[in-house]
Design a protein around this ligand. Structure first.
Ligand code: AMP
Ligand code: ZN
Length: 477
């Protein structure tokens, strides 16, 4: 099974070949923790969670190392801490915990490592010292350390290779602040003095201060994964300047000229849009994951995020959530009908015992993979109708295995339909359904009808079948 991915660095769809199949490495830029994550922020988390699951499937669970950092040094964090009059760790711990809980609700597996910038200050300082020693960086009169972009580029176009732009275009387009003490407009900050009241760390060249954002990821990724990283990911907005600068620093610190010496493949997700615009905190058009999970099962939100290809824009609407819920209801309904069908090992036996991951292997085509699941589901429905247990067993096993890599369909189908009902409501509903079964057996239709209405008032839908009645909480959104 070959995995093909669209690599931003080469600009092509290429076959993925890990540096070491025993230790496949993935790094994804994580959140800056000063606020709640919005559903756009969750898109890279869920997309790269599917990649993580697929890599684990291909190379073995113990052979994939995934790091997603926490940016816990940042101006916005400082501001929030000052506003609340607390240490930055109070803010960063609070929002990192909320972030992890929210992402877990979307069935995102915890990454192998979740490095925090504040735990890697000595790594950053050592890297900056190396850059100064190699003359790739310089200290300004104001005590800042800046990276010398033109020297790194050397006229080779290397600096703009990821973003596919020339150095001049990038300077013009990026509204780079042209500080007086900069040798050149493109030079960016590796280290700077802290303002009064801001946190401060011992720095390179005995300059106390704080790191720039880009050096944080360069230092953390190397410390936890070692170089070269196999796949580096993030949202498209990070291609320039963040990822461009990560490559420049990490290559220059080791004297490498090939950008692939830092990360061999780069993957970037498209934006999630809301009412025609990119969802972002600065535009104020955000839907928070923390709020959404109160109204929708995490699996519905996850399905919605995976319903489009990761490189395309995804338009976020209430209808998308409803369609996602309906699709999951259909598949869980089928799995409930197949509840007594045994699950078998699906690795390479017999006519049906293969798992079709083909769409995911072609640049993580999640909508294609969802279609594949429905295709197998149709066959399962037919096999159930024909009471062909052997075939049904293979097909059900395939659906569950395909669902596992997408991070869906792993719940008990009964639990799926009953979610949202607490223990008390569940007990009440079960008692009413039992009483209704007695009324029906005694052909007491008025009583059976009365009980159904009572269930209706509790927002419970009852489905009768040959095997007895089952129920679900009706959608309220
Ligand atoms: P931030 O906290 O803004 O640095 O964003 C964290 C991650 O979310 C980055 O990988 C961003 O690229 C990604 N991201 C932010 N907004 C969106 C959006 N509207 N759609 C998709 N990804 C986004
Ligand atoms: Zn980063």
């Amino acid at each position: 099974m070959k995995l093909h991915i669209h690599d931003t660095l080469s600009g092509q769809k290429v076959e993925f070949k890990p540096n070491n199949p025993e230790r496949v490495t993935l790094y994804v830029c994580g959140p800056t923790v000063y606020n709640y994550a919005h559903i756009g922020n969750a898109r890279p988390v869920v997309v790269f969670d599917v990649l993580f699951r697929l890599l684990r499937h291909l190379y073995g669970e113990d052979h994939v190392v995934y790091a997603r950092n926490i940016t816990d040094v940042d101006d916005k964090i400082n501001k929030k801490a000052m506003d609340e009059g607390v240490d930055i760790s109070v803010i960063t711990n609070r929002y990192a915990d909320i972030y992890n809980a929210d992402m877990a609700a979307l069935n995102a597996l915890p990454p192998t490592y979740q490095p925090r910038a504040t735990d890697h200050m000595p790594d950053m300082v050592a890297m900056i010292e190396d850059l100064i020693e190699r003359k790739a960086a310089y200290v300004t009169d104001d005590g800042e350390v800046l990276f010398r972009v033109a020297d790194y580029d050397g006229g080779s176009g290397r600096y703009g290779k990821l973003a596919k732009r020339s150095l001049d275009d990038m300077i013009a387009g990026a509204r780079v602040e042209v500080a007086e003490n900069k040798d050149a407009a493109a030079d960016f900050v590796l280290w700077k003095p802290s303002k009064p009241g801001e946190p401060v760390w011992p720095g390179p060249q005995d300059l106390p201060g704080r790191p720039g954002w880009h050096i944080e990821c360069s230092a953390m990724s190397e410390a936890v994964l070692q170089l070269p990283i196999d796949i580096h990911g993030g949202g498209q907005d990070l291609i320039f300047p963040h990822h461009t600068n990560e490559i420049a620093q990490s290559c220059a610190a080791h004297g490498h000229s090939d950008p692939a010496a830092y990360a061999r493949y780069w993957m970037h997700n498209g934006f999630l849009d809301f009412s025609g615009e990119k969802m972002s905190k600065s535009l104020g058009n955000v839907v928070l994951v923390h709020d959404l999970i109160k109204d929708y099962p995490g699996e519905v939100i996850r399905w919605a995020l995976l319903s489009g290809h990761y490189r395309s824009p995804l338009n976020w609407t209430p209808e998308l959530l409803e369609q996602s819920r309906n699709n999951l209801d259909k598949l869980y309904g089928l799995l409930r009908r197949a509840v007594d069908v045994p699950v078998v090992e699906v690795k390479g036996r017999g006519q049906y015992t293969y798992v079709n991951h083909q769409s995911l292997l072609e640049d993580l085509n999640t909508p294609g993979q969802i279609s594949n699941i429905f295709f197998v589901a149709n066959s399962l429905e037919k096999a159930l109708g024909e009471k062909n247990l052997a075939v049904a067993s293979d097909l059900k096993s395939n659906i569950l295995e395909m669902g596992l890599v997408l991070g869906i369909l792993q719940q008990d189908p009964e639990a799926w339909f009953k979610q949202g009902a607490g223990d008390d409501l569940t007990a009440q509903v079960e008692a009413l359904i039992a009483a209704r079964a007695v009324a029906r057996a005694e052909k007491n239709w008025p009583e059976a009808d009365r009980i159904r209405k009572e269930l209706d008032a509790l927002n419970i839908e009852v489905m009768d079948s040959a095997g007895g009645a089952s129920w679900k909480v009706k959608a309220t959104n």
